[in-house]
Design a protein around this ligand. Structure first.
Ligand code: SAM
Length: 229
């Protein structure tokens, strides 16, 4: 089983996504699990503060190294208490990290436990990247408000490489790459749909080959129009 451990100041953000659809099914089947850790539970500060001003000045606050260190240490100890030796990788989300892609997702799917550190505010004390995380990961060249969405993106992309995570339908794309798909009607008349009238203008038709029943031609069309997985 792949165990995800997400360290965040907003644990509730994970509940709805992980509690639905593929994740819920995979969790029920024992393929994945997610445990969230509220970073504020790992501070000794009496107001449960986990951020402070940056040295050198500048706007915003920075997540401190001490609570993150305590959280990761506690998770690692919990993992080490288990009967079997497990492969553990600690990831820090950062817009300056290595760009996430399918190859990285496949590589990370070979670990048993992924510890995911979600930054917030102006970011995370750099000593987390230097001494605690095994790698820094970016999900794209843009800046988000926190690492929670990147963590969900990573969890889903990694999980798709775990045996049994995908149902039969979804795994087709995994095998053949991503390609355009269409469903009924064969021709859609947008103006008529709006007016509730009979179609006058040309509609939006499905490519003929997909209606041909010729599986070889369909596979060839999908190859030509698709992107590799
Ligand atoms: N100036 C900060 C920096 O350079 O890291 C930006 C911090 S950002 C507002 C807050 C947090 O969101 C980051 O610490 C990181 O965990 C997460 N984050 C934002 N954009 C991201 C991206 N593209 N990929 C991964 N994580 C991201």
């Amino acid at each position: 089983m792949m165990k995800f451990h997400a360290i965040t100041i907003f644990p509730g953000m994970f509940d709805s996504y992980f509690g639905e659809s593929l994740f819920r099914r995979a969790a029920q089947k024992g393929i994945v699990s997610l445990r969230t850790y509220d970073l504020r539970d790992f501070t000794k500060e009496r107001h449960r503060k986990v951020d402070d001003r940056p040295f050198g000045g500048g706007p915003g606050m920075v997540l401190q190294v001490a609570p993150i260190h305590a959280a990761v240490h506690s998770i690692e100890q919990g993992i080490a208490r288990g009967a079997k030796k497990r492969r553990v990788r600690t990831i820090l989300f950062s817009p300056r990290g290595k760009k996430f892609d399918a190859a990285m997702a496949r590589r990370l799917s070979r670990y048993d436990d992924l510890i995911l550190i979600c930054g917030r505010y102006e970011g995370v004390d750099e000593r987390v990247a230097e001494h605690i995380a095994d790698e820094e990961v970016s999900i794209g060249d843009y800046v988000l408000s926190g690492g929670e969405l990147p963590a969900l993106v990573l969890m889903e992309a990694v999980s798709r490489f775990l045996p049994g995570f995908l149902g039969k339908e979804e795994s087709l794309e995994e095998k053949n790459g991503s390609f355009p798909t269409y469903s009924r009607p064969e021709t859609f008349y947008p103006a008529a749909a709006r007016a509730g009238s009979r179609p006058k203008k040309k509609g939006w038709a499905v490519p003929k080959v997909l209606l041909s029943g010729d599986h070889q031609k369909i596979a060839e069309w999908r190859r030509r129009h698709g992107a590799g997985a």
